[in-house]
Ligand binder design. Structure first.
Ligand code: GLN
Ligand code: MG
Ligand code: MG
Ligand code: MG
Length: 445
C-alpha cells in the first residue's frame, strides 16, 4: 500500500466516512458511481471493485463484461453536500480488465495514454476551462419551454440576484473540494452563468469538470432550480460553450512562449495551433458530440463556425489572448469550439493529439483571420482559405469516420462505439417532425 492509499485509509477514520463513492465516466461523458463501505477500500486499492462493463455505455462487449474500478487515491475528497460526520467521500477510478491491464474503453485511460505520448516528447498539457451553463426555475417538463431564473446579460450585476447567490454557493463547494475557481460572472443569455476553473494538468482538469457538473447540479437542486450544460437550449439566446485555454510546458517553462515573437507565440505554439486547425473537422464529433451541439455553432453568439485563428478575434475558432503585454509563462491559446456537454477526457485527448501532430509534422500556420469571419461572404472566406466547421452531427460523423488521428487517439473500440452511437442519435433525430416544420407548413399547404 502506497503513501497516498495510507492517507486515504487514515482520512476515512478521522473524517468518519461511512460511504466511499467510486466514480468513473462512460464513453459519452456521463458520471457513474458505486458506493463501497470503507472496509472494502484496501481490496479496491489492490485489485479494484468488480462491475458489469457491458451495462455501461460504450464499455464492453457482453462476452468480456467483467471489469474492475480501481480508485485513484490522489483524487480523494469529501462530498460537501452529503454533510459531515458521518460523511461521504469520493475517488475517481481507473478501469482495469481482470488481468490488470487498463480498459481500452475507459475515457480516463484514453486521455492518460495521449498525455503520456506527449510526455515522451517532453511536454505536459495544461488546460483551463471556462464553463457556461443555464439556470432554470424548474425541473424540465416534456414539451415545455424552460424559464430562466433571471433576465440579466453579460457581466450584469443584479441586486438580489439568484445567479450570484448560486455562483457563491457553488464556488464555495468547489473550493472545499480542492477545485480552484478563477472567475465567475453572468453570461450573455438570461439565466446563463460562467465559472472558470484555474488551469491544471489536463487529467486533473477533466476530473474537475466531472466534479464541477455534479456540484452545479447538486447546488441547483438544493436551491430548487435546475442547471443544464445543454449546448443550445434556446434558438434565440447564445449557447453554452466550454472554451478551453491550453498550453504545453517543458519542465517549468511554457513551450508556447517566445519573447519577441509575434504575439510572443513560439514555433511550438504555432505548430500546435496549425495541428488543431487542420484536424478540427475530424475531431468536432468529439468536442461537440450531440445533435444539439451544432445549433450552437451556427454563427453568432460568439461561438465559432469556421476553422480559423486570430488574436483577440472572438469569431475565430482559436484565439490567442492578448490581455497582458508580458504574458510570459501564462502564454496560451483559447479553443472556442468545445461545448459544455462534451466528454472532457476524450475532448482533451483529441485536441492534444491534433496539436501534437502539428508539432511532430511541422505544420505551417495559416494566416490569421483579422476580420469578423461571420461578416465575410462565402466567396471571401474561400479565397482566404477559411473552411466551415461541420454543420451537423451527420457531417461531423462523416468526416470523423475517415480520420486516422481519431481512430488512433480513441483506440479502435472507443472509435467504433462512439461513431455507431452518434450515427444512431442522428438517425433518430432526422426522423423527428419539428414544431418549426408544422408552424411553417400547416397554414399554407
Ligand atoms: N456562449 C458563447 C459560446 O457558446 C461564448 C460567449 C463568451 O464567452 N464570450 O461559445
Ligand atoms: Mg470567459
Ligand atoms: Mg463565456
Ligand atoms: Mg472565452
Amino acid at each position: 500500500m502506497g503513501k497516498q492509499e495510507d492517507f486515504v485509509l487514515r482520512a476515512l477514520e478521522e473524517r468518519d466516512v461511512r460511504f466511499v463513492r467510486l466514480w468513473f465516466t462512460d464513453v459519452l461523458g456521463f458520471l457513474k458511481s458505486v458506493a463501497v463501505a470503507p472496509a472494502e477500500l484496501e481490496g479496491a486499492f489492490s485489485e479494484g471493485i468488480g462491475f458489469d462493463g457491458s451495462a455501461i455505455e460504450g464499455f464492453a462487449r457482453v462476452y468480456e463484461a467483467d471489469m474492475l474500478a480501481k480508485p485513484d487515491p490522489s483524487t480523494f475528497q469529501i462530498l460537501p453536500w452529503r454533510g459531515e460526520g458521518p460523511s461521504t467521500a469520493r475517488m475517481f477510478c481507473d478501469i482495469v480488465m481482470p488481468d490488470g491491464s487498463p480498459s481500452y474503453a475507459d475515457p480516463r485511460y484514453v486521455l492518460k495514454r495521449t498525455l503520456s505520448k506527449a510526455a515522451e516528447k517532453g511536454f505536459t498539457f495544461y488546460t483551463h476551462p471556462e464553463i457556461e451553463f443555464y439556470l432554470f426555475k424548474d425541473t424540465p417538463q416534456p414539451g415545455a419551454d424552460p424559464i430562466p431564473v433571471d433576465r440579466s446579460g453579460y457581466f450584469d450585476h443584479t441586486a438580489q440576484s439568484m445567479g450570484a447567490d448560486f455562483r457563491r454557493e457553488a464556488i464555495t463547494m468547489l473550493e472545499s473540494m480542492g477545485i480552484s475557481v478563477e472567475f465567475s460572472h453572468h453570461e450573455g443569455g438570461p439565466g446563463q452563468q460562467e465559472i472558470d476553473l484555474r488551469y491544471a494538468d489536463a487529467l486533473s482538469t477533466a476530473d474537475n469538470i466531472m466534479t464541477f457538473r455534479t456540484v452545479i447540479r447538486e447546488v441547483a437542486l438544493s436551491q430548487g432550480i435546475w442547471a443544464t450544460f445543454m449546448p443550445k437550449p434556446f434558438t434565440t439566446h447564445p449557447g453554452s460553450g466550454m472554451h478551453t485555454h491550453v498550453s504545453l510546458f517543458e519542465g517549468d517553462s511554457n513551450a508556447f512562449f517566445e519573447a519577441g515573437a509575434e504575439y510572443q507565440l513560439s514555433r511550438t505554439g504555432r505548430q500546435f495551433i496549425a495541428g488543431v486547425l487542420r484536424h478540427a473537422p475530424e475531431i468536432t464529433t468529439v468536442t461537440n458530440q450531440w445533435v444539439n451541439s451544432y445549433k450552437r455553432l451556427i454563427g453568432g453568439g460568439e461561438a465559432p463556425s469556421y476553422v480559423c485563428w486570430g488574436h483577440n478575434n472572438r469569431s475565430a475558432m482559436i484565439r490567442v489572448p492578448m490581455y497582458k503585454p508580458n504574458k510570459g509563462q501564462s502564454t496560451r491559446i483559447e479553443l472556442r469550439t468545445l461545448d459544455a456537454a462534451c466528454n472532457p477526457y476524450l475532448a482533451y485527448a483529441v485536441v492534444l493529439a491534433a496539436g501534437m501532430k502539428g508539432i511532430e509534422e511541422d505544420y505551417e500556420l495559416p494566416r490569421e483571420a483579422e476580420d469578423d469571419v461571420w461578416s465575410l461572404s462565402e466567396r471571401e472566406r474561400k479565397s482566404l482559405g477559411i473552411d466551415p466547421l461541420p454543420r451537423s452531427l451527420h457531417d461531423a460523423i462523416g468526416i470523423a469516420e475517415n480520420s486516422e488521428l481519431l481512430a488512433e487517439t480513441l483506440g479502435e473500440h472507443v472509435f467504433d462505439f462512439f461513431l455507431r452511437n452518434k450515427r444512431a442519435e442522428w438517425d433518430e433525430y432526422r426522423g423527428q417532425v419539428s414544431v418549426f416544420e408544422r408552424d411553417r407548413m400547416l397554414p399554407v399547404i
